[in-house]
Every structure is written in structure tokens, then in C-alpha cells.
Write a protein that binds this ligand. Structure first.
Ligand code: FAD
Length: 287
């Protein structure tokens, strides 16, 4: 059960999945395995492992995905970006993933490296994720997830254009869409309406980041530009302590996920930031 096609999971049950990132230090890694051993009890459908900016964690991403698969017995989803990589290197990474019997891959273009405003493709690489998806599709047997943006990607002129580009990834062979985090479900419902009209019919799974405090949500807002409901900000500001903020934030995320489940999403992908507490509370509430 540690190498299932992740799309099949959604046909069988409402699926909660988890995103983690490769820690930079030994202490961070110890903490990750401790937190994941707690998360295991909610039986996540899969665990996705991010790929560091500019390919900085390539080996680490694969190592962690392998531990998730072999030691925890959970299916991993390996993230991969085409930043700075020629086709040959991409092909050798894909072969390495395949040789390790991992069949689920998240195909991403990636962000421009720090200090650069625009994405510059490698001269022998790919400019957009749809090209990467097409390439991965030619290497047999991968289940391919791609990113979707309910509030539009930051570089896209508008949501409509971004959805036209999302459709290119689907037409190139993507099997599943995992979304960018959002805090206002109305953006997701509008997105779903638009992508249905665009003829996209593969599963779309909302990505939710549990809220754990005012500082965290302000930082996330700076990074992603996600719309934050004013009543949530108000609630967090009224808390006297960080613990109270955390309780109020997690309660908001639990309600957000329940509402999405009632609306009919096939699952929830939780951005855990390598911490178990909020993810456990949300998963227990929503499963
Ligand atoms: P694309 O789909 O290529 O889109 C990028 C931009 O180009 C968009 O504005 C789009 O509208 C436009 N576009 C797309 N195709 C075309 C085309 N054919 N012609 C013209 N314009 C086009 N980053 C990491 O570094 N590591 C990770 O592990 C990681 N995981 C992520 C997981 C999720 C669920 C999400 C939502 C994002 C993740 N990211 C990760 C961030 C992601 O790399 C960035 O958002 C990046 O800027 C875009 O990647 P993409 O695959 O969505 O790109």
C-alpha cells in the first residue's frame, strides 16, 4: 500500500494527504520523523515531499520520500521543478524516481531563483509546467499531479488566462490538481466553476494551510497574496496570547475544511510545515 496511484484513492474514500518539506538540519529532520509518527495515526492517503527552490533539495527530497515509503509504509508524492535543469538531468532524476519504485510525481515549473523577477528556462529545459508534464508522460507509468491557483498565479494577467494555462497541463497528461493554499472558500468555488467551464474534469484537491497564529498568517499573506477574511484577522487580533491565537486559527481551518467536504471535494491536502498538531486536529474533525 506504499505505492498506490494517488488518483485511485479519491475513488475509494475522502482522502486527507499531507505536505512536508525536507528539513535543513539534523534537528529539523529528527523533528520531522517525530511529527510524522504522530500524523501516521490519521492514515494519510499520501505524503508529498517538496522540492527546494532551484533544485536545492533534489537528493533530500527523494531520500525523504523513500523513507516515507519504505519505513512508514505510506505512498509518497515527489515534487519536482524544472528550474535550472536541462532535459538530460530531468530524465535522469525521473529514472532515479522510477528505479526506486515511486510512481507519483508533482510536476512544477518552479519559481525564479532568489534575486530574479522572471523565470528563465534552462536553454535545454522547459519554460512551463505543461512542457514538463508532456515530457514526464513520455516516461511510462507516472501519475502526475500539477498545481492550480484558485486566486490565480501571481504572474498570470488574470484568472481566466491562468485557467487556460492550467488546461494545457491537463491536456499534456496531468491526472490530478492540487491547489495553492487559500483561506476564503468562495475563491475555490468560483475556481471550480471556471475550470468546469474550461472542460477540466480531473480531480481537484484543495490545499489548506492550518492557521496557527497572526504572525504566520501575515507571513503567508506576504508570500502568496492569499485573500484573508477580515473576520479571521479580527478574531486573531482579539486573542490575548499566542496559544489562544493558535486555537482560534485551527478552529477556523477546521470549519474551512468541513465546509469544503460538505461542498463535495474529494479530499484535502494539508500544508503542515512539518508539524503534526494542527493537521491532526483538522484531519480528525474532517474525516
Ligand atoms: P506553470 O503552470 O508553468 O505556470 C507558471 C505561470 O506561467 C503561470 O502564471 C501560468 O499562467 C503561466 N503559464 C503556464 N503555462 C503557460 C504557457 N504554456 N504559455 C504561457 N504562459 C503559461 N515550488 C517549488 O519550488 N517546490 C515545490 O515543491 C513546490 N510545490 C508546490 C505545490 C503546490 C500544490 C503549489 C500550488 C505550488 C508549489 N510550488 C513549489 C510553487 C510553484 O513552483 C510556483 O508557484 C511556480 O511559480 C509556478 O509553478 P507551476 O508549475 O504552477 O507553473
Amino acid at each position: 500500500m506504499n505505492n498506490v496511484n494517488i488518483v485511485d484513492l479519491y475513488r475509494k474514500r475522502f482522502t486527507v494527504s499531507i505536505e512536508i518539506f525536507p528539513p535543513k538540519t539534523e534537528e529539523g529532520e529528527k523533528n520531522l520523523w517525530r511529527e510524522l509518527s504522530r500524523i501516521k495515526k490519521i492514515d494519510p492517503g499520501f505524503i508529498s515531499v517538496t522540492y527546494g527552490a532551484g533544485g536545492s533539495t533534489r537528493e533530500k527530497t527523494l531520500d525523504i520520500a523513500l523513507e516515507v515509503k519504505n519505513n512508514m509504509g505510506i505512498t509518497p508524492l515527489v515534487h519536482f521543478t524544472c528550474v535550472g535543469s536541462p532535459r538530460k538531468e530531468i530524465e535522469s532524476f525521473l529514472n532515479m524516481v522510477k528505479d526506486n519504485k515511486i510512481n507519483n510525481i508533482m510536476a512544477l515549473r518552479g519559481d525564479p531563483p532568489a534575486g530574479h523577477d522572471t523565470f528563465k528556462p534552462h536553454p535545454e529545459g522547459f519554460a512551463y509546467a505543461n512542457e514538463l508534464v508532456e515530457f514526464i508522460r513520455s516516461v511510462n507509468g507516472f501519475t502526475i499531479a500539477v498545481a492550480g491557483y484558485p486566486e490565480g498565479h501571481t504572474e498570470a494577467p488574470d484568472l481566466e488566462t491562468d485557467i487556460v494555462n492550467l488546461k494545457k497541463k491537463v491536456d499534456a497528461g496531468a491526472d490530478l490538481i492540487l491547489t495553492q493554499l487559500f483561506f476564503n472558500n468562495n475563491h475555490f468555488y468560483d475556481f471550480m466553476d471556471r475550470i468546469e467551464k474550461a472542460g477540466i474534469s480531473i480531480p481537484v484537491v484543495p490545499g489548506i494551510m492550518p492557521i496557527t497564529g497572526l504572525k504566520q498568517i501575515t507571513r503567508i499573506n506576504d508570500l502568496s497574496g492569499a485573500d484573508i477574511p477580515p473576520e479571521l484577522m479580527e478574531k486573531l487580533r482579539c486573542c490575548d496570547t499566542e496559544d489562544q491565537q493558535s486555537e482560534a486559527g485551527i478552529e477556523f481551518s477546521m470549519r474551512q475544511c468541513s465546509e469544503l467536504r460538505d461542498w463535495g471535494v474529494p479530499g484535502i491536502h494539508l500544508y503542515t510545515l512539518n508539524r503534526a498538531r494542527a493537521a491532526l486536529k483538522i484531519a480528525e474533525h474532517v474525516i
